[in-house]
Design a protein around this ligand. Sequence first.
Ligand SMILES: [Zn+2]
Ligand SMILES: [Zn+2]
Length: 336
Amino acid sequence: MQNDRAIRQYVSAGGTVVYKLPVEAFPGHVTNCYLVLTDPVTLIDAASGQAESNMSLLDCFERMRNEFRETVALEDVKRLIVTHGHIDHFGGLHFVAERSGAAVGIHELDRSVIGHFKERLIVSSKNLHIFLERAGVGPERVNKLLDMNKWSKDLFRARPVDFTFDEGPLDGSPFELYHAPGHCPGQVCIRLDDILFTADHVLSRITPNQSPEFITRYTGLGHYLGALRRVRAVPGIRVALGGHEAAIDDLAARIDATIAFHEARLDKTLALCAGPRTVAEVSRDLFGERKGYHVLLAFLETGAHMEYLYERGHLAVVNVDEVERQYNPVLHYQKQ
Ligand SMILES: [Zn+2]
Ligand SMILES: [Zn+2]
């Protein structure tokens, strides 16, 4: 990920001023929050909520006031829109809401990530457990990865949200919402005139991590690619502003490149399955020996691609006798 740490100002075609606030959500990991000077004042995303992240958010406000001669403060924010249910985007909502009294909203499919944070994490890690066993990951490593997956469980305390949305115009605002599931179930892109806030759906350099829908509904590569094509069709976008990295001047070209990247990875994945292969084996071929949390990300990314191919009949499970006999056997996939 290539962080862009400058505060930047954008003005939409309708004259609304936007500031990009590059908040250091975790060490070395910058989340772009966007302050939009609508009435009421809107903040898009709140970073992680870690003490350093909250300090970084305040620091961004101060830099914005100094560099652009603004007077607006965090206390003036009255609406917080969370783009999706990942901790580096919503974790700071307590801090923002307590400081400002802002109403907090998120897409209805990510509402329970905030409202039932621990429960969502625990239930989805059961699915992750089953997925990893089927992927052919050994028991010791499965336990390590499951522990790793819970790293964020004490970072956030659940609370109800104040409003939810799905698609279309957001009441009492100039924003138009586009549901873009895949990277996260409730991921939205937000249009303000000719600006599109793409959050983690489209980023300027990296492609956001994918994981199988088997673990969490409305994730998965099928939803993701479909949502990329829908967002590509949104007319009149001059600039796209992502949840990380730099602004995107040519959104259509960036989406085409992102789709091409996944198509190439799908081709490679399929070619690797000339003989019977497990997700763990293919993951090693695609990503090599990864370490720490990156091992889990590699399994999830591979699993998402193999699931996509399997659902569309390009891969089939070839050890069906074993599958029939055992409770949760390793699945061996082969190109059809
Ligand atoms: Zn994300
Ligand atoms: Zn993110």
